[in-house]
Structure formats: structure tokens, C-alpha cells
Design a protein around this ligand. Structure first.
Ligand SMILES: Nc1ncnc2c1ncn2[C@@H]1O[C@H](COP(=O)(O)OP(=O)(O)O)[C@@H](O)[C@H]1O
Ligand SMILES: [Mg+2]
Length: 206
């Protein structure tokens, strides 16, 4: 599989500045790509568009040449920068995992998910704890592409390492495509085969 952004331009509302202008990129399954760029430059906006959460104002996102599927759990999974915004506040964590069929003990153990957290609501967990559920959920069996948006910013170093170890194992074994948005050039260098600088592909005017 391949995901492609073709000439994406985006503004949040009419008559407001263009956040993205004519951005194109391609990621193949099995590829590990970093996305870096200054804060406020549109990285999160771009990954939301790529995952189908925001509709581009112009241009299109294609999965193997076709529009993203509208039904079912998406083969393109996004792990948000802010996990509390990604989880239904009225669902117990058990239901969050059930929705994607992700009850693999191996994954829960590797992510350090305590079994009694399953009976809790999102507000009863810390940001780091919630983020582990977002990662677990994103690894469901139909996933082909994984986008991680500055996932590590709210995690301590040990938890970060634990989560990345599991994600990279899954990426490797299942040949997932990975796009990681990060400020951490060292992490990007270590994990990714190539890095995209948003300043270089986004032609918006300042
Ligand atoms: N929901 C929104 N409505 C209007 N503007 C937004 C919204 N979300 C982000 N922005 C603006 O879009 C720009 C790009 O934001 P973002 O994609 O979050 O950048 P980055 O992830 O690179 O820091 C910023 O100027 C931000 O203020
Ligand atoms: Mg961001």
C-alpha cells in the first residue's frame, strides 16, 4: 500500500491564512518517515488531513490511488498529540479497546496497561496512561499506516522508550508505514529512514 497527499492546501476557515499550500508527499508501507518543522507550521493539521480527520480545502489524499475509506476502522491510524481529545469521555477504557478489537495481552503488557485501568473513564487516567490506550488502539489488525504526532511530549523518558519499542516491533513485524511528527531530531534520526521538513514542502507565504 501507499498513501499519497496530492497538492494539499488548507485553511481552517474562509478568509483566514492558508496553513498549508500545495503540499505533496508519499509514504510506502514499511517505510519510516520523520516529519519536522517549526511549531505552528501545520504539522498536526497535515497529519489530521492524511488520516482523514480533516478535509483538505484543495487537493486530495489517496490510499493506493483511491480516496480514504469512509466506513469502518481506518487503515490509517493517528496517535494524537493530545490523547484526551482522542477518546470518548463517556466510554470506559475497556470499550475504547473493544471498539478496535485490541485486547492482545502482549500489547497491553508491553505498554504497561494495568488491567484495572480498563474499568476507568478517561478522566480517571493521566495523559501518559491514556496515551498508552491510544497506541494500543492504533495497532489493530487492519492498520497499514501509523502516524504519531509528537506522541512523546507528555511521557517520561522510560515510558517513551517502552512505547516506542513496542511500536517499532509492530511496525517491523507487520511492515507498517510510520510517519512520526517530532521535535526530537535524535529520535527521528534513530528511527526514520528519511525526514521531511515541512518548511521545504509547504509553499505558503509568511
Ligand atoms: N482548529 C483550529 N482552528 C483554527 N486554527 C487552528 C486550529 N488548529 C490549529 N490552528 C492553527 O493552525 C496553525 C498550524 O497549527 P498546527 O497544525 O497545530 O501546527 P504544528 O502541529 O506544526 O505546531 C497554527 O497557526 C494554529 O494556531
Ligand atoms: Mg502539532
Amino acid at each position: 500500500m501507499q498513501i499519497e497527499a496530492r497538492n494539499i492546501s488548507f485553511q481552517y476557515r474562509e478568509n483566514t491564512p492558508w496553513i498549508l499550500k500545495d503540499v505533496s508527499l508519499k509514504i510506502e508501507e514499511g517505510e519510516r518517515v520523520g516529519l519536522v518543522g517549526p511549531s505552528g507550521y501545520g504539522k498536526s493539521t497535515l497529519v489530521k488531513i492524511l488520516a482523514g480527520y480533516l478535509k483538505p480545502t484543495k487537493g486530495e489524499v489517496l490510499l493506493d490511488g483511491k480516496p480514504l475509506p469512509k466506513k469502518g476502522v481506518s487503515p490509517v491510524q493517528l496517535i494524537y498529540q493530545h490523547p484526551e481529545k482522542a477518546i470518548n469521555p463517556r466510554w470506559k477504557m475497556k470499550k475504547v479497546l473493544q471498539e478496535s478489537g485490541m485486547f492482545r495481552d502482549e500489547v497491553m503488557d508491553a505498554l504497561g496497561i494495568e488491567r484495572d485501568w480498563l474499568e476507568r473513564y478517561p478522566r480517571e487516567l493521566s495523559g501518559g496512561e491514556l496515551q498508552r490506550f491510544c497506541v494500543a488502539r492504533s495497532l489493530f489488525e487492519g492498520t497499514h499506516f501509523l502516524f504519531a504526532d509528537e506522541m512523546s511530549t507528555m511521557l517520561d523518558v522510560i515510558t517513551q522508550a517502552q512505547i516506542w519499542n513496542l511500536m517499532l516491533k509492530e511496525v517491523e513485524e507487520r511492515r507498517l508505514g510510520l510517519l512520526m511528527v517530532t521535535h526530537n531530531a535524535y529520535l527521528a534520526e534513530k528511527i526514520c529512514a528519511r525526514t521531511i521538513r515541512l518548511e521545504e514542502i509547504n509553499t505558503r507565504e509568511e
